[in-house]
Design a protein around this ligand. Structure first.
Ligand code: GDP
Length: 464
């Protein structure tokens, strides 16, 4: 149980040296090309004019040129990492060249000629994992860190990469393994009535593990919002002002983003970062198409679309709606079971008696066109999620795979407790404990399969 499949991997030595562009494609001041593998330094040396890299100490940087025979390709800085003192725990080299795609391509071509192989997606991080740099949950956090879109997401990923719940899970698993082996031992004694694993101790351990698991499971709601953002829908009758509101909400944010020179995305469409959360306006074009969202709600398609939302901003045109209509629409809205905010738009043209009636109905009054109280609406939206910023010590589950495994572990452990309550024999206990160990082990990667690894690392980009 203890070794799982990991032993085969832990001793795995990669014999080939991989190369890839580590920085983004496109023009930039510098680009970084990374190599990892036993021949990384020798291989670069063969195309490098400058000092003999093989004789330099690890963790040093050297100026020189990369050449292809007699042809000089670029002046570069070469950083070398010897032995296992690198991210991948293999000899590694990072070449900083001028940031033209042509230069990077030419340098990589020369290195391939010298015997390097183009890296597969996520291969650096996969090697780092297989060489024991970190566990699987930490490796996955590397990808999350790279893709973090908000500061909160960055902090959550960083915490996970630096160990997060990994250590605790590994520790609890060790304790459970101890019991599992005692119970397996009992089974070896077959008919004899021996009990090596004290049932009370086992029960206490399981309860302790479950209370920790439950905290992690609960953190997923929060973690998921932080990592993936909040799918948001603006709904309401035609002409309620949905497009105008969307623009009012986005404008400010777009301006901020486009003011930062060199941002990778030219147009940030339909998402806004508010209080560290990414509110993504889903399918808004589609919703605008479906002329009358609320009336069409009987239509399953619209309903399905709305269900993708985690929050609905429901817009009412205060200049042309009666309170009876509003009540009817709210009934339909409630049925969806998704949190919503009621927004009264066109306050500038509103009927004062209607506004008076709606005051007691928890409406936020705005003018989308006049940009009145847009901030008030944003505050209400944030209140719904009561998100605080992530601090360094927070352990948050942000990964769906981890979340599912935690649920499965918890279920298996509940079955162990039930079995004990019902005086069920050791072999059934052992089976459920083994299952719990399996699911727990998959989180940190003490149990892995090639499929699982391929599935995880293929989602990385090349060069990561
Ligand atoms: P949608 O069909 O729900 O997307 O509605 P639009 O955003 O296209 O707006 C419909 C009309 O209402 C447009 O002519 C807007 O200029 C107008 N409108 C939107 N918000 C306001 C507002 O706060 N006050 C007034 N007076 N008109 C508004």
């Amino acid at each position: 149980i203890k070794s799982g499949f990991r032993c085969t991997f832990a001793s795995m030595q990669h014999s080939d040296t991989i190369v890839a562009l580590a920085t983004a494609q496109g023009i930039s001041a510098i680009a970084v090309i990374r190599l990892s593998g036993p021949d990384a330094i020798d291989l670069v040396q063969r195309t490098f004019r400058g000092k003999d890299l093989r004789e330099q100490p690890s963790h040093t940087i050297h100026f020189g040129t990369i050449v292809d025979g007699d042809r000089m390709i670029d002046e570069v800085l070469v950083a070398i990492f010897k032995g296992n003192r690198s991210f991948t725990k293999e000899p590694s080299v990072e070449i900083s060249c001028h940031g033209s795609p042509v230069i990077a391509k030419e340098i990589i071509k020369v290195l391939l000629k010298q015997g390097a192989r183009l890296a597969e997606p996520g291969e650096y991080t996969k090697r780092a994992f297989l060489n024991g740099r970190f566990d699987l949950a930490q490796a996955e956090a590397v990808a999350d860190l790279i893709h973090a879109e908000t500061d909160n997401a960055r902090q959550a990923a960083l915490n996970q990469m630096r160990g997060g719940f990994s250590k605790e899970i590994a520790h609890l698993r060790e304790e459970l393994i101890h019991f599992a082996s005692l119970i397996e031992l009992e089974l070896d004694f077959g008919e004899e009535d021996v009990e090596f694993a004290k049932r009370d101790d086992l029960r206490h351990l399981i309860e302790r593990i479950q209370s920790y698991l439950r905290a992690l499971i609960q953190s997923f709601d929060h973690g998921n919002v932080i990592k993936n953002g909040v799918p948001t829908v603006i709904a309401g009758k035609p002409n309620a002002g949905k497009s105008t509101l969307l623009n009012a909400l986005l404008n400010e944010e777009k301006a901020i983003v486009s003011d930062i020179p060199g941002t990778t995305r030219d147009v940030i469409e339909d998402e806004m970062i508010l209080g560290g959360i990414n509110f993504r306006f889903i399918d808004t074009a589609g919703l605008r198409e479906t002329q009358d969202v609320i009336e069409a709600m009987g239509v399953e398609r619209t309903r399905e679309r709305m269900k993708k939302a985690s929050v609905i901003l429901y817009l009412i045109d205060l200049s042309s709606t009666t309170s009876a209509q509003i009540e009817e629409e709210e009934g339909t809205l409630k049925e969806l079971g998704i949190p919503y905010l009621k927004v009264g738009n066109k306050i500038d043209k509103a009927d004062p008696t209607l506004v008076e009636t709606l005051r007691s109905h928890d409406f936020t009054f705005i003018s989308a066109a006049g940009k009145t109280n847009i901030q008030g609406l944003k505050d209400r939206l944030l209140d719904l999620f009561k998100i605080r910023t992530v601090t360094t010590g927070d352990v948050l589950v942000t990964n769906l795979r981890h979340y599912q495994n935690l649920l499965q572990t918890n279920d298996a452990l509940t079955r162990v407790l039930d079995s004990m309550d019902n005086g069920i024999t050791g072999d059934f206990l052992a089976m459920d404990i083994r299952q719990a160990l399996h699911y727990l082990g998959e989180i940190t990667g003490s149990i892995t399969t090639e499929d699982l690894l391929d599935n995880i690392f293929s989602k990385f980009c090349i060069g990561k």
